[in-house]
Design a protein. Structure first.
Length: 135
């Protein structure tokens, strides 16, 4: 929390292509900031940061606190036009650029309408290797 009584949450969305990362980001932000559509190829090619601020989110020691939610949407793996290393590089760069104070939460987005298979998600889980360890 900083001096102006604002709590910030930095959130990273990870998942396979066409799993709904952008849709989840839109739901969390209560908007349509991220491009999201059903399409046979990958829609998100660049990491994109969107923010929202909720005033009077909570009270602490008699003072009103605001919540600042920062959501970073990422390209999925496998991607139709980027290889796995390119996706990792873009995510790593976006993390350092947008969250210099660190990442607070990473969400692995899975689809509920298809059977979950650990082998299918190994590439996505490997993507978490780009997340720097915060100490």
């Amino acid at each position: 929390m900083d001096d102006n009584n604002e709590v910030t949450i930095n959130l990273l969305l990870l998942g396979k292509t066409q799993y709904g990362k952008s849709s989840l980001g839109n739901s969390l932000l209560g908007s349509y900031e991220f491009e999201s559509r059903i399409f046979p190829q990958s829609v998100t090619e660049e990491c994109r940061l969107r923010r929202m601020r909720i005033s009077d989110f909570a009270r602490r020691m008699g003072r009103e606190l605001a919540l600042r939610l920062q959501v970073l949407d990422t390209p999925g793996i496998p991607h139709s036009s980027l290889n796995q290393d390119e996706v990792k590089t873009r995510v790593r760069k976006a993390l350092s650029e947008h969250f210099p104070e660190g990442l607070h939460m990473a969400l692995l987005v899975l689809r509920a309408d298809i059977p979950h298979c650990e082998e299918d998600n190994q590439h996505t889980v490997k993507l978490t290797e780009v997340i720097p360890v915060i100490r």
